[in-house]
Write a protein that binds this ligand. Structure first.
Ligand SMILES: C[S@@+](CC[C@H](N)C(=O)[O-])C[C@H]1O[C@@H](n2cnc3c(N)ncnc32)[C@H](O)[C@@H]1O
Length: 245
């Protein structure tokens, strides 16, 4: 079946904000505002504005691309949502007008793309939106095949009094793919939130950046800038487009 960039958002938009309400965007927003150097900022997979809205409220001009009209509508319905221009489309090739100081792809969304070719296209589209010397920031987990037993894993993502979030996953190492469904348990019942991933190690992402004319400036294990080490489970990677000659 061909890849449908609207599918994830269509399935989760009505519960996305509630499901991830516990995530505090403050450190990410501080870090991104510093990297944006006055902006403007374009977020690929902008969703309901978890990061984009606080960035806009800091005075930065923010635009974005999202595959899901439902997620974009969620953003627009929020206070200050009308300050952010959102194009509904696939961020491997959709263009929003302007030249940006920073392009952002947060929350593992690079892995939502179905294969390596689409991920390379995404890096190229990020570079096409950047002004010379501009930055592309990617936040993603580090693949951990060791967490799987016989190709399967079940892990608690969050256990709270009002919500238990589990993730059931199957690994397909030959294609670096993971089939996952998050299972959200609340007083209202059970919701299944499917999301498939084509995962990649940080070094492969560095190579994609090189193919798009960017080099890595920094890699941290979180938004606070903690060092990236042998045991880091996540990374924030900052790539820079070459300055004009
Ligand atoms: C995990 S959510 C992240 C939303 C937001 N960036 C955040 O941090 O909360 C991923 C978002 O990317 C969008 N998305 C996934 N694949 C896409 C694609 N190929 N093109 C455009 N948007 C895509 C989804 O619709 C969803 O809104």
């Amino acid at each position: 079946m061909p890849f449908d960039p609207s599918e994830y958002g269509r399935q989760v938009a009505d519960v996305y904000d509630e499901t991830y309400a516990h995530l505090d965007p403050a450190a990410a927003v501080r870090c991104l505002a510093a990297l944006a150097d006055g902006g403007p900022v374009c977020e690929f997979g902008i969703g309901t504005g978890r990061l984009a809205l606080p960035l806009a409220r800091r005075g930065l001009t923010v635009a974005g691309i999202d595959g899901s009209a439902e997620m974009a509508a969620g953003l627009r319905a929020k206070p200050d949502g009308d300050r952010i221009e959102v194009a509904v489309g696939d961020f491997t090739h959709t263009r929003v007008p302007g030249e940006y100081a920073l392009v952002l792809l947060a929350f593992n969304t690079i892995f939502a793309l179905p294969d390596q070719a689409a991920q390379v296209a995404c890096f190229r589209n990020a570079a096409a939106h950047l002004r010379p010397g501009g930055r592309f920031v990617v936040e993603a987990w580090v693949p951990d095949p060791g967490a799987f037993r016989s190709g399967a894993a079940l892990r608690p993502v969050r256990v709270a009094e009002d919500q238990v979030l589990l993730e059931a996953a199957l690994l397909h190492p030959a294609e670096q793919r993971m089939t996952t469904t998050k299972i959200r348990l609340t007083d209202a019942g059970v919701r299944l939130l499917p999301a498939n991933h084509r995962y990649a190690w940080p070094a492969e992402l560095d190579l994609m950046a090189q193919l798009a004319g960017m080099t890595r400036e920094s890699r941290w294990s979180d938004w606070a800038g903690s060092p990236f080490t042998d045991t880091s489970g996540e990374h924030v990677s900052v790539y820079r487009l070459a300055e004009a000659a």
